[in-house]
Design a protein around this ligand. Structure first.
Ligand code: GDP
Length: 302
């Protein structure tokens, strides 16, 4: 399964690496080549600052070592990319279990980025690890959202708490879900939320209220922000708004299967100071993987 995911990731990113490796394998790396390397990294959505930093560091190393051997330069590039991705960050996406109550995970993000799908996939992984999971459908704004979450719940065999009333108060649904989770002594409650970005104040009120109301019962352990990798720098702006509204503890980057812009991982982490913890690699129930910096950089360069 890992090999399959890796192959997909490689497929999604090899535009990035092919360009770079062709450039790096030339006999002499002149100014034009460095410019092109910069451009390639920028096109992969690495972000301006990280790109300039990386290229400067690489230039310096090439100068100091005096080696133009493509394999050597590639190894240096790998090291510099890995530094940017920062393997030292804590990427555990599961909170430490509590002895007396479920862990609470809130999932936030703009509509359509893949929140509901991610919750479904995560629930499946957790069930496979023998965890008891309960889902809360606090995205009450979109009529189909609760239905979609419940369908995922049925699919992976976990209960979903939802409201029968269209447009019900999201905070009260979240509260009900956490209450049910405590009563049923489940291990993890995952709460789906709405993401209407048109109105920042409204969003802030809604997410803030969900958190406050839930925390009458139990502290929210993890707030996962879901971002769509295909939206590139635009996703970055969204991420910023959400991180101003709630205390984001981790990022799930979805739809990496549909983009050559894997560099967005670096840009997001840098902007938010929050690690990418999981990546979405397709629409199916198995298409979710923990983010592995080494494998990610290797895939970029394969
Ligand atoms: P939500 O509005 O944030 O809850 O988004 P959904 O979970 O409804 O997902 C929106 C669309 O994106 C659906 O068609 C999903 O199947 C699709 N999707 C979600 N995650 C991924 C992914 O990792 N890769 C691909 N290719 N599609 C995804």
């Amino acid at each position: 399964r890992l090999a399959r995911l890796r192959a997909r990731l490689t497929k999604s990113n090899n535009m990035f690496s092919k360009g770079l490796l062709v450039l790096l394998s030339q006999d002499s790396i002149d100014e034009d080549v460095w410019d092109e390397i910069e451009e390639t990294l920028l096109l992969a959505d690495l972000g301006t600052e990280p790109t300039l930093e990386l290229v400067d560091a690489l230039r310096e190393r090439v100068k100091v070592e005096g080696s133009r051997d493509p394999q050597r330069v590639k190894a240096m590039l790998r090291e510099e990319l890995l530094k940017l991705v920062d393997p030292s960050l804590d990427r555990s996406y599961l909170p430490e279990p509590h002895p007396d109550r479920p862990s609470i995970i809130m999932v936030v993000g703009v509509n359509g980025v893949g929140k509901t799908t991610t919750i479904g996939k995560m629930a499946r992984v957790l069930v496979a690890e023998d965890k008891d999971v309960l889902l809360g459908a606090a995205d009450t704004f979109r009529a189909a959202a609760a239905e979609q979450l419940a369908t995922w719940g049925d699919r992976v065999g976990v209960p979903t708490v939802r409201s029968d009333i269209d447009g019900a108060d999201p905070a009260s649904v979240a509260f009900e879900a956490v209450s049910a989770g405590i009563e049923q002594e489940v291990d993890i409650v995952m709460i789906d939320t709405a993401g209407r970005l048109q109105n920042k104040v409204g969003l802030m009120d809604e997410l803030g209220k969900i958190k406050r109301v839930v925390e009458k019962k139990a502290t929210v352990d993890e707030v996962l922000l879901v971002l769509d990798a295909t939206t590139g720098q635009n996703g970055l702006a969204q991420a910023k708004v959400f991180s101003e509204v709630v205390n984001v503890s981790g990022i799930v980057l979805t739809k990496l299967d549909g983009t050559a812009k894997g560099g967005i991982v670096v840009a997001i982490q840098r902007q938010l100071g929050v690690p990418v913890k999981l990546v979405g690699l397709g629409e199916g129930p198995d298409d979710l993987a923990p983010f592995d910096p080494e494998a990610f950089v290797d895939a970029l360069l394969e």
